[in-house]
Design a protein around this ligand. Structure first.
Ligand SMILES: [Zn+2]
Length: 89
């Protein structure tokens, strides 16, 4: 469950961009949604791409600068650490 190397992960990540852009059929969409609900590594990847994408579209720039990606990644990890700590209390 914590590993992200199964065929489901591969498929989910392959379709991630389409999923974010909502350019995917409903069946595949539900499959990916189910997967990222259960798979933390894929959820992180999804959140990262989604946040970066929304920030990029807001700033009207074509490509997300690497520094922005890193900032978003750090904040997502911070949230996850917080969630983990809360669960363990
Ligand atoms: Zn996965």
């Amino acid at each position: 469950m914590s590993e992200c190397d199964g065929p489901d992960c591969e498929k989910a990540l392959e379709n991630l961009y389409l999923f974010i852009d909502q350019e995917i059929d409903t069946a595949s969409c539900a499959e990916i949604q189910t997967h990222i609900d259960e798979c933390t590594p894929c959820l992180s990847e999804f959140e990262l791409e989604r946040v970066v994408k929304s920030l990029v579209s807001r700033s009207c720039s074509e490509v997300a600068p690497e520094v922005l990606r890193q900032k978003v990644l750090v904040s997502i990890r911070t949230v996850q650490v917080h969630i983990t700590e809360t669960k363990n209390q």
